[in-house]
Design a protein around this ligand. Sequence first.
Ligand SMILES: [Zn+2]
Length: 480
Amino acid sequence: MTQSPGSQRSAVFRGGTVLTVDAAHRVLPATDVLVVGDRIAEIGPSLQVPEGAQEIDASGGVVMPGMIDTHRHMWQTAMRGYGADWTLTQYFVWYYLESGKHFRPEDVHAGNLLAALEALDAGVTTCVDWSHGLQTVGHAEAAVDSLQSVPGRFVLAYGNIQQAPWEWASSPDFRAFARRRLDDADDLLGFQMAFDVTGDPAFPERGAYEVARELGVPVTTHAGVWGATNDDGIRLAHEAGFLDETSIFVHAATLSADSYHRIAATGGSVSVSTESEQSAGQGYPPTWALRAHRIPVSLSMDTSVWWSGDLFSAMRATLGADRAREHLQAHAEGETVTHCALRAEQVVEWATRGGARALGRESDLGSVEVGKKADLVLIKNENSPVSFPLLNPHGHVAFQAQRGDVHTVLVNGRVVKHEHRLLDVDLAAARREVDATVEHLRSTLGVEAWEKGMSPKVPETALLENPYTYSDYGGAMPGR
Ligand SMILES: [Zn+2]
């Protein structure tokens, strides 16, 4: 990207298929998108562009809004893949009870750095860092330093699983940190508070909600998680007057209609992490119920301790889970589903504009429209047999594309990935940091605990009686 004195940097995508994700979800074939400074300046065919604008050939590709992940525990990326075979119980034991306390500020830095790079690489231009490993403000400073060292858009959702929310939220250290963060808030780093509401009738979380209200920051909470949080938490927060359109409910899976009514009535949204809900056991991914209650949806990947952080997987898994349930339910009633209710177009909207809406940024993020922030992704891969034909662009993004097809990424008008490579990124330094964290944890836990943590015992499987198994099989065969 060139920048001459007195002029703003500019770039133009030429001739792509543009998924606008505007209110009408328009798809514009063979269209240019011009970016000037940090904004989308013009959209149309064969645009005249300022001198020196970077030309990006988007022909054969898809230009779409940057994707937005509304819930990712970025610090956990330092343990990528470690918990692939975990249930939620094993996750709680490992992170909440046994090992989470061993993470030092530099370990939070390492995880966040790797997660931030991973997000950009996959076209996730905004990521909410659901950062519940902040045992001290030193950890929080490390989290922020890490996020600010990567040219993406992030939201620090401050949390601390080692302390009750009403304790850490009311500590002078946290308040001072939050005030400082909010004072220097810039467009690229937002702030939320992240904690869960247990459903204790005394509603001790009131104190944390009051701090959030005083600071004027949104609250994000894991809600409707089987065995952990339930309807009571939502009812208590609602009755106390703390739910509003900034509230984000993560998972919201194991809930009754009463909770969905309360969320819908107060304008909050749900962050659905389908891969997580399917595998860890929070409850069935609730998009079907959210659609029925007209509750706004965004998507998220939760944690790379199980899953990788790309929203292509989230879109695909969400379509699959919603449709699987619909078919199963119909079959149970002897019916056949002839038309899918959830469409590819809808999950692309959830992965982009839905996230912007959840974060209160719909006016300037989440779609390709003139005047909006230039957070853009070009999906194009000339070396891939999956790149053509491009017949159904929304369907292509939801079911065909993957992170390797992310050709170019812009955040705030800046090219951060081009021709499939992240720009100005020291991946070797990120690797060194993560290696040090892994080494620290492995040596602190000891080899045995490390191995045991990664490979939980498989419970004994009861074999079912098979009526077609005979001890005298040969003798039962006709003609013998
Ligand atoms: Zn989570």
